[in-house]
Design a protein around this ligand. Structure first.
Ligand code: SF4
Length: 72
């Protein structure tokens, strides 16, 4: 990871809830596509798992892959 990206990643990581930093770390280190999708959806919905589950953007490319979908 170059210095510019490293700084950008560190800033974003510091701005997110601690709970989700592990997921973010896995994707920014290129270890998990699943973590990248999780992290993207969480960020999109202001780090609210429940909001990811309730997402109404049916046209979003990640809609079918989002985590935290309701069980019912
Ligand atoms: S599926 Fe929903 S929560 Fe995930 S990125 Fe798309 S709009 Fe955001």
């Amino acid at each position: 990871m170059n210095k510019q990206r490293e700084a950008a990643v560190a800033k974003r990581r510091a701005d997110m809830p601690k709970t989700y930093r592990g997921i973010y770390d896995r994707c920014t280190k290129g270890k998990s596509r699943k973590a990248a999708m999780q992290s993207f959806c969480l960020e999109c919905m202001g780090w609210q798992r429940k909001e990811v589950a309730l997402c109404t953007s049916l046209e979003c490319p990640l809609y079918g892959f989002r985590e935290y979908t309701p069980i019912f």
